[in-house]
Design a protein around this ligand. Structure first.
Ligand code: URA
Length: 223
């Protein structure tokens, strides 16, 4: 089970993909989430960034990275010399996964399983095909695993230019890692911006600076 049956024809652009993704039932996460949160941004961007999944704000507003993590991300991009208006942002998983602890109002994010990221991967593949970026940035472990497989570890691979070897696994659409993915010249992995928010006060600046430092590789690649 995955998103494949919900994908529109290969000629569909981002508006068509977005519309189709809104109806996706390729995994159970649609049941509790408010809506599908599809990627958005500059559709001709050289840089495509992949987060984990929408957070609480994103789920309510239907747009990626509009909450606190998005604020950190945009600041870090700007500090790294990347115009936040000229990137495309999306998530490995397009529905918010959460738990609602008994008697509480605040929904707590739960990490998606490998099964869920795999089920959602056809959407990511379609976005990569349409946007055809030069550089892909994996923000955190979930995105890295969606791209490179379950053995991926951010701490080991962050901050280096990794070769683009295509999306991990096969989504059964028969085009393998070819097609427009050939436009991609490299992959950079870094921490998720929410790690900056979770860091202790004493550590926050250092964690943030690490994120910016990793993103500078992208700047150098595009220069
Ligand atoms: N965290 C993510 O991974 N993605 C978002 O869109 C927002 C927060």
């Amino acid at each position: 089970h995955d998103a494949t049956p919900y994908l529109p024809g290969r000629r569909a652009g981002l508006p068509g993909l977005r519309k189709a993704a809104a109806q996706c039932r390729g995994c159970p996460l649609y049941q509790d989430a408010t809506q599908t949160v599809f990627g958005e941004g500059d559709t001709t961007a050289q840089v495509l960034l992949i987060g984990e999944q929408p957070g609480d704000q994103e789920d309510r507003q239907g747009r990626p990275f509009v909450g606190p993590a998005g604020k950190v991300l945009r600041r870090a991009l700007a500090d790294a010399g990347i115009d936040p208006e000229r990137v495309y942002v999306t998530n490995a998983v397009k529905h918010f996964k959460f738990t609602l602890p008994e008697g509480r109002k605040r929904r707590i994010r739960k990490a998606p399983t490998l099964r869920e990221t795999t089920a959602c991967r056809p959407w990511l593949r379609a976005e990569l095909r349409v946007v055809a970026p030069e550089v892909v940035v994996a923000l955190g472990g979930t995105a890295g695993k969606a791209l490179l497989g379950s053995g991926f570890r951010v701490t080991e691979r962050r901050g280096a230019l990794l070769p683009w070897t295509g999306l991990a696994g096969s989504d059964g659409d028969g085009d393998g890692a070819g097609g427009a993915e050939q436009a991609i010249s490299g992959l950079v992995a870094t921490i998720h911006p929410s790690a900056v928010l979770r860091a202790d006060d004493a550590d926050r600046t250092r964690v943030y600076d690490g994120l910016v430092e990793d993103l500078r590789i992208v700047t150098r690649l595009l220069a």
